[in-house]
Design a protein around this ligand. Structure first.
Ligand code: UD1
Length: 417
C-alpha cells in the first residue's frame, strides 16, 4: 500500500489543470452498454482507479475498450453478458449502474448487491423501486439481485434524489420505447452530462439537471462521441488546498457554475475567488472566518467536499458547525485531523469545529476517498512532516495528484510499499 510523505506549511501557487469528472465519466462509460455501435469519450480521467475498474466491468460484460490518454473508445465484438462479476462490484459500488442499461436492453440482469462501505450502509432500494415502477420483477439469489421482465415506459418518483438511482433509471428509460418521467430526480451536473450523452445516442432527454427528467427512449440507440465535464470535486479540493495553505492557485479547465455553493461559502470565510470562463482563481491570506455548512443534494453544499471543508475550518478564527445530511457516517476524517491538532467534537451528524492557529504534521490514515483528500489539505497546510497511509483511497478519485500538487509548489512524494 502506497503512502504520501508531505512536508507541509508551504503555500500552493501557480496553475493546476482539472481532469474530467470521475462521477460523470463513470455512468457515461456504462451507458455505452446501450448500443452495439462504437462510442468515443474524451476528457476521461483514465488514470483513476475507479475508471480502470469501470473499464474492467465493461470488458467483463463483453465490450472492447481502447484507452489513449484521456480518450476512451468503446466497441463490441461479441454479444454482451447480462451479469456483472462480484469481484468487481465489491470493489466499486457504482458497478450497479450496469443494471439499468442491461435490463432495458435484454429484459434480464443479474448484479451482486453492493455491500456497505466506510461512509455508510448505502442501500440500492431507490434504484430497485424505480425498476419495479417500470415493470421489473426482482428476485434475490445468493446475494445477487436478479431483475427480469421487459420494462415499459412509466412514471418513477424517488423518495430521495439519489444520484446513482437517477442515472440507472435514465439509462434504462433511454432504451425503452415511449416516455418515462423521473420525479424528484437528482440535479447534479453529472446527471446533466449523462443526459447529453444519452441524447447524442438518440434518446430524447429533457430536464436533466432539474428535479423532473423526461426521457423518450428508443429500442435502438446509436454510437456517439462525447467530452466529459470537468471534475467539480477535484476543483473544489484544490480550491480548499489553496486557501488552507494561504496560497494562490488558478484551476484551469474548471467550471465555476458547478461550484456555486462552495464559492459562496469560501468567500464568506474570506477567500478571494475569481470566476472566469473555464477557470477559477483562489487566493487567501491568513486564517479563515468560521463558516458553517450543511451538506445537501446539488445545488446544495456537496457532501464530497465536506471533509476538505472541515480541514480548512480546523484553522478558522473561531468555531463553526458542519452538518452531514447525505451520508450517515461521513466523519471518519475528524479523528485523523485531531491527530494533527484539530479540535473537533462529533455529535451524531454534526461536527463542531473549534479553529486552532495551526496544525502540525503527524502520521495519519485515509479511510475513504474524500476523507483522504481532507487529510491531504490539512497536511499541505501543516508545518512539519505528515505521512498519509492508504493512498489507494485517494487514487480512486484524484488523477496524478502528487504531480499536480508538486507543480504548484507542494513537497509531496509517494512511497511505494
Ligand atoms: C454519488 C457519488 C458520490 C456522492 C453522492 C452524493 C458517484 C459515483 N458517486 O454516489 O461521490 O457522494 O453521489 O452526492 O457518482 N440511498 C438510499 N437508497 C438508494 C440510493 C441511495 O438510501 O437506493 C442513500 C445513500 O445511502 C446515501 C444517499 O442516499 O445516504 C445519497 O446516495 P446517492 O445520491 O445515491 O449517491 P451515490 O450515487 O451512491
Amino acid at each position: 500500500m502506497d503512502r504520501f510523505v508531505i512536508d507541509g506549511g508551504r503555500p500552493l501557487r501557480g496553475t493546476i489543470r482539472i481532469s474530467g469528472a470521475k462521477n460523470a465519466a463513470l455512468p457515461i462509460l456504462i451507458a455505452t452498454l446501450l448500443t452495439d455501435e462504437p462510442c468515443l469519450l474524451e476528457n476521461v480521467p483514465t488514470k483513476l482507479r475507479d475508471i480502470r475498474l469501470t473499464i474492467r466491468v465493461l470488458e467483463a460484460i463483453g465490450k472492447c475498450v481502447d484507452v489513449s490518454g484521456s480518450r476512451v473508445f468503446v466497441h463490441a465484438d461479441k454479444p454482451l453478458k447480462t451479469r456483472a462479476p462480484y469481484d468487481l462490484v465489491k470493489q466499486m459500488r457504482a458497478s450497479v449502474l450496469v443494471a439499468g442499461p442491461l435490463l432495458a436492453r435484454f429484459g434480464w440482469v443479474r448484479v451482486p448487491i453492493p455491500g456497505g462501505c466506510a461512509i455508510g450502509v448505502r442501500p440500492i432500494d431507490i434504484h430497485i423501486k424505480g425498476f419495479e415502477d417500470l415493470g421489473a420483477r426482482r428476485v434475490l439469489e445468493q446475494g445477487d439481485l436478479i431483475l427480469d421482465s421487459p420494462l415499459r415506459p412509466g412514471r418513477v418518483r424517488f423518495k430521495f434524489p439519489s444520484v446513482g438511482a437517477t442515472e440507472n433509471l435514465m439509462m434504462a428509460a433511454a432504451a425503452v420505447a415511449g416516455t418515462t418521467v423521473i420525479v424528484n430526480a437528482a440535479r447534479e451536473p453529472e446527471i446533466e452530462d449523462l443526459g447529453s450523452f444519452l441524447a447524442a445516442m438518440g434518446a430524447r432527454v429533457s430536464g436533466a439537471g432539474t428535479s423532473t427528467v423526461t426521457i423518450r427512449g428508443s429500442r435502438t440507440l446509436r454510437g456517439a462521441k462525447h467530452s466529459v465535464i470537468p471534475d467539480r470535486i477535484e476543483t473544489g479540493t484544490y480550491m480548499l488546498a489553496a486557501a488552507a495553505t494561504q496560497g494562490s492557485l488558478r484551476l484551469a479547465g474548471a467550471e465555476p457554475a458547478h461550484l456555486k455553493a462552495l464559492i459562496a461559502k469560501m468567500r464568506a470565510a474570506g477567500a478571494a475567488v475569481r470566476e472566469g470562463r473555464g477557470r477559477i482563481a483562489v487566493s487567501m491570506k491568513g486564517r479563515p472566518r468560521p463558516v458553517s455548512v450543511v451538506t445537501a443534494p446539488h445545488p446544495g453544499f456537496p457532501t464530497d467536499l465536506q471533509a476538505p471543508w472541515m480541514a480548512w475550518m480546523s484553522l478558522a478564527q473561531g468555531s463553526s458547525r458542519i452538518r452531514e445530511e447525505v451520508f450517515e457516517n461521513r466523519f471518519m476524517h475528524a479523528a485523523e485531523l485531531s491527530r494533527m491538532g484539530a479540535r473537533i467534537a462529533l455529535s451524531g451528524e454534526t461536527a463542531s469545529v473549534h479553529g486552532v492557529p495551526g496544525l502540525s504534521g503527524a502520521p495519519i490514515m485515509a479511510s475513504d476517498l474524500r476523507a483522504g483528500a481532507a487529510l491531504l489539505v490539512a497536511a499541505l497546510a501543516a508545518p512539519g512532516r505528515t505521512t498519509v497511509q492508504r493512498v489507494y483511497h485517494i487514487d480512486r478519485g484524484y488523477e496524478r495528484i502528487e504531480a499536480k500538487l508538486r507543480a504548484a509548489g507542494a513537497r509531496i512524494r509517494r512511497v511505494r510499499r
